[in-house]
Design a protein around this ligand. Structure first.
Ligand code: FES
Length: 323
């Protein structure tokens, strides 16, 4: 069931332009205390409030060394299709800005059962791996990072990867230089105890999952993460709120959460609005959901007991929810 988060005030202590589209932000707790411990692959929810009162809430992977909780670092890509959060981070956040952040949660953890860890990053998908690398090294694990990006200027943090302690474990693939990633070659012939992790754009994640399937690698050995709310695609449907008996029409392009908020039909807790935090998890009483979240496991999605109202939709024409 839904994770509970501690919210805290954090101050931005450094901002670095890593590529034309990516900035790295360093955050320290505003009260000077250490930040909560985390493991590689964790994310936090960052809440932002604009001068005009508009609020944004995005999930960002922690990219700093988990051994150091004096600060967190996050990497933020300026999204062309920004819901507002990444533009806010890029245009309005500077050294000294205070933000509200959540305690970390990890949906993309290193699997201790793996005998070898094959990490595949595309673009901004590098960030969770930057926190996993020191963890894997500290554990004495066998690991390798394959990092693909469009052109040399878009390869965020490649300098520190190429020169740092993981240099021997890192390979770069640059589209514009013709050194693209060959997934079949990379994933084919992996040891039976190797696990594959992928983070980046959806086409890369889909390609890794499909390649792993084609190579007969069980799902349990393939881990992926992508932040960015899945678009609310699909036709209109009806939602019935069982506790009040109210019926709402969820139009095409609208989320259930938006329909509930628009009609003031119920109170729903919602922290991230992109299917990551789990706070809007709601019990399904009738009907089936089409799940677009990152929070529920595949088994939980198949069980159709609960759903995330911020991103997931109805499979059919009608859903009855325990609200
Ligand atoms: S608000 Fe975070 S999963 Fe829905």
């Amino acid at each position: 069931m839904a994770n509970s988060y501690e919210m805290m005030s954090a101050r931005v202590t450094a901002v670095e332009q890593a590529t034309p589209q990516i900035k790295r932000f360093t955050l320290e707790r505003a009260d000077g205390q250490p930040l909560p411990a985390f493991t590689g692959g964790s994310h936090i929810i960052v809440q932002m409030k604009g001068a005009d009162g508009r609020q944004f809430s995005n999930a960002y992977s922690l990219m700093s060394d988990p051994a150091d909780t004096s600060s967190y670092q996050i990497g933020v890509r300026l999204e062309e299709q920004s819901k507002g959060g990444s533009a806010f981070m890029h245009q309005q956040v500077e050294v000294g800005t205070e933000l509200v952040i959540s305690s970390p949660n990890n949906l993309f953890a290193i699997d201790p059962a793996a005998g070898r860890h094959v990490l595949i990053a595309g673009g901004i998908g590098i960030t969770p791996f930057l926190a996993q690398l020191p963890e894997l090294r500290a554990q004495g694990a066998r690991y390798e990072l394959h990092y693909a990006f469009r052109s040399p200027e878009h390869g965020a943090f490649q300098g520190e990867l190429a020169d740092g302690p993981h240099a021997q474990q890192v390979r770069f693939y640059v589209d514009s230089l013709g050194t693209s990633l060959n997934l079949a070659g990379l994933i084919g012939g992996l040891d039976a105890d190797a696990h594959v992790y992928v983070c980046g754009p959806k086409p890369l994640i889909d390609a890794v999952i499909a390649t792993a399937k084609a190579q007969g690698i069980p799902d349990a050995r393939v881990h992926w993460e992508q932040f960015a709310a899945a678009p609310a695609t699909g036709g209109a449907f009806t939602v019935v709120l069982a506790q009040s008996g109210r019926e709402l029409q969820v139009e095409e392009g609208m989320t259930i959460l938006q329909a509930i908020e628009k009609s003031n039909a119920a109170q729903v807790e919602c922290l991230c609005r992109e299917g990551v935090c789990g706070t809007c998890e709601t019990r399904i009483l009738e009907g089936e959901a089409e799940h677009f979240d990152q929070y529920l496991s595949d088994d939980e999605k198949a069980a159709q007991q609960t759903m995330m109202l911020c991103v997931s939709r109805a499979k059919g024409q009608r859903l009855v929810l325990d609200l």
